[in-house]
Design a protein around this ligand. Sequence first.
Ligand code: GLN
Length: 196
Amino acid sequence: MLIGVLALQGAFREHVEMLRRLSVQTREVRKPAELIGVDALIIPGGESTTMGKIGRANGLYEAIRALAQAGRPIWGTCAGLILLAHDIGPEPPHLDLMDITVKRNAFGRQVASFEADLDVPALAELGGDAGSRPFHAIFIRAPLIAAVGAGVETLARLPDGTIVAARMRNLLATSFHPELTQDTRLHALFLTTCQT
Ligand code: GLN
């Protein structure tokens, strides 16, 4: 299994490191040809506008859409979630692959970064007691998921009900940064969808 990590900008090294800890082969992806042969892709956090500019210009967007259409799993964290979304408010969408409505920088300046313990029932799919412990989530100028379409499953919410993780068929989206913790469970959950 080979997992691509989009490496245009942002927190891609941390994802690569998490996957290494799970003994998975990775490839940093900067141009379309580097997607050939990958079984799945992670789009990291960073700055969605910057990633979008580069990705649109060098043909990566089309290549990522083709990967999604081929049924390959794609996981977007934070800015990566913004890139996957169908509706990001006033701006045109980026990849427009996932039926979610996103609000960027939704938590305001003063609380732009915060941490929260989330209940993620889907982690039970990993077996054992993986679903019984909360996931410590780090939010950095994070987007929130304001609405999900009919085919989208909500995976986690903040205590006030705000949706912060969801999945739709082969697509996974989290508005926080699992790669900045020591907890590999969400990466492991993503990998369960990547078996070839
Ligand atoms: N605020 C960033 C954006 O809108 C996302 C922040 C992040 O990825 N940590 O692209």
